[in-house]
Design a protein around this ligand. Structure first.
Ligand code: NAP
Length: 523
């Protein structure tokens, strides 16, 4: 069994104490221990701020983009090893690996290419200049410069690679050093990736540090100029954000939390049509991929009451074909949950949902497994519930069961559908399947404000749609309200979090010269 060490202050160091054991969620085998207790995190944060920050800020956006490309090259060269580790530590199927391992590499490549176009510049500047008074020569503009602290990235267990690199790519491109903390239970992939990147020597010292486990004191140690980007459950987010040091110093804090995302079938869609079939396929895929352990997974399936039985039959038929078990067997489509604790949490959550919705598929504790057994593995069956009275129900709109679980609900008319979509109190994403332009436009106006992303799918784009749960780096990721209220990615928009906007009042000719040396930025 290996011990995951921590990369801080330019060295790999082991924590003190016994540490947490990481398991294979299929076999229960012990894989590694992770431990960051007793580390001097205050000095690690200083090291990042001083060494890493200075080295990164000495480079242009274009040079930092080349660094991202070099990281991606290292990861591509070792991809097969990460795939194997992802199977071992997360029970990932081939599709799950594509989401996480390849997703992480993809976002690095995307920001490498975007940053290449930013060339030699070292700051951003808005295009508009404004006159401040009678004198036309004295005007104002707005520059964006990289913050001078360190970014603390705290990530969730379900995306050890994508969660790490999606954030690191934007921070490093911006010129901001990072201390990253993957979730302990699945830290193996992140640990190995960072080890390879450090060994390859493609980053300046202090630009990227990693702790595997612990980190409980981090919120007390950050200071003005630092940033925190948190991904995980809403309850952890709330407690970290309320830390007195965070509040007192107004530490910039981005939250990506959980969400009860919606799939909405338009009233125009007939059973047997391309949109109907595409909708059913999408919902079944969202239930099965990563065994439903995706913050973007569809949890609430809203359909016209006239077709709910047909949708249910079609979904049950698809879910019935999914083999659950050890992803090392190619027939398996649904792997395990990440550990027994998550399995218990999902079972408890399902029990609560059962009080207001009935199970129409799955839900049982004992079900057939391929090449695996229930005693060792943390498996959960693909499960579909149906809530015929969605207005009276509460938990189906509020309780995220982090597993392969979704609830089907009927709506009476468009207004009712939109009201139900908004019931989740803010979500990451909704998918609307409709061939009707008027319904598409209405749904956008009615639900956009409570969602970070809306995919409006009609027949011509069904095949091009990367998928409801896929976060594309071109698009903003995040959602209002219980989804955390944060924003990540979204092309250039992501740089905003890592920069400070400053108004500059000066001679208009001087402002124009400043603009000439900057990347033009519109946010
Ligand atoms: P979690 O239990 O909230 O943990 C998230 C992270 O916070 C982990 O790295 C955890 O470390 C760390 N943490 C916990 N307490 C801490 C403290 N006091 N100080 C510093 N760090 C602390 O969430 P999870 O179970 O890993 O992830 C599942 C949840 O994440 C789901 O609800 C899912 O919807 C959400 N999620 C959201 C997004 C999004 O982009 N919106 C993406 C993925 C997942 P340890 O592992 O060491 O406890």
């Amino acid at each position: 069994m290996i011990t995951l060490s921590n990369y801080i202050n330019g060295n790999w160091v082991e924590g003190k104490g016994k540490g947490t054991v990481l398991h294979d969620p299929v076999t229960g085998a012990e894989l590694a221990t992770a431990n960051a207790d007793g580390l001097d995190l205050a000095s690690a944060l200083d090291y990042g701020r001083e060494r890493g920050g200075a080295a990164l800020r000495a480079l242009s956006y274009g040079e930092r983009a080349a660094m991202l490309r070099a990281i991606a090259d290292v990861l591509v060269a070792n991809r097969e090893r990460y795939q194997a580790l992802s199977v071992e530590n997360s029970g990932s199927t081939a599709v799950d690996i594509a989401f996480d391992v390849d997703g992480g590499i993809g976002v690095l490549k995307y920001y490498a290419s975007l940053g290449k176009g930013m060339g030699d510049a070292r700051y951003l500047m808005e295009p508009d200049l404004d006159r401040l008074g009678k004198d036309e020569a004295f005007q104002s503009g707005h520059v964006w410069t990289p913050v001078r602290g360190i970014a603390v990235h705290i990530n969730a267990f379900n995306f050890p690679s994508w969660g790490l690199w999606g954030k690191v790519a934007v921070a490093l491109l911006s010129g901001v050093p990072v201390l990253a903390k993957p979730a302990t239970a699945t830290a193996l992939v992140a640990h190995e990736m960072v080890r390879d990147v450090v060994d390859a020597g493609v980053l300046p010292e202090g630009a990227l540090q990693l702790i595997c486990g612990g980190g409980r004191e981090l919120m007390d140690l950050v200071r003005p100029g630092d940033l925190v980007s948190f991904t995980g459950s809403a309850s952890t987010a709330a407690s970290l954000k309320a830390n007195p040091n965070i509040v007192r110093n107004n530490i910039r804090f981005n939250v990506e939390a959980d969400s009860l995302n919606t799939a909405l079938l338009g009233p125009d869609v007939e059973p047997g049509s391309a949109e109907f079939d595409g909708f059913v396929k999408e919902v079944a895929k969202e239930i099965s991929v990563k065994a439903g352990q995706k913050c973007t997974a569809i949890r609430r399936v809203l359909v016209p009451e006239a077709v709910i039985d047909q949708v249910q039959d079609a979904l049950v038929a698809r879910l019935g074909k999914l083999a659950v078990g050890d992803p090392r067997n190619e027939v398996v489509r649904v792997g395990p949950l990440v550990n027994k604790a998550q399995q218990k949490a999902a079972r408890d959550g399902l029990e609560r949902l059962r009080s207001e919705a009935r199970v129409v598929f799955g839900g049982e504790a004992d079900f057939p497994l391929t090449d695996a057994d229930h005693a060792s593995g943390a498996f959960f069956p693909p499960t579909l519930l149906r809530a015929d009275e969605p207005d009276q129900a509460r938990d189906v709109h509020d309780l995220e069961v982090f597993g392969p679980v979704a609830t089907l609900m009927p709506y009476r008319d468009a207004e009712h559908a939109f009201a139900l979509a908004r019931r989740a109190g803010g979500s990451l994403v909704a998918s609307v399947f409709t061939g009707d332009d008027a319904f598409a436009a209405d749904s956008l106006l009615e639900i956009a404000a409570s969602h970070g992303r809306v995919a409006i799918i009609n027949e011509p784009v069904i095949k091009s749609n990367p998928g409801h749960g896929v976060v594309m780096p071109q698009c903003v990721h995040g959602g209002p309200g219980r989804a955390g209220g944060g924003e990540e990615l979204g092309g250039m928009r992501a740089l905003r979090f890592y920069h400070q906007r400053t108004a500059v009042q000066a001679d208009v000719e001087r402002l124009r010269r400043l603009q000439a040396d900057a990347v033009t930025y519109t946010g």
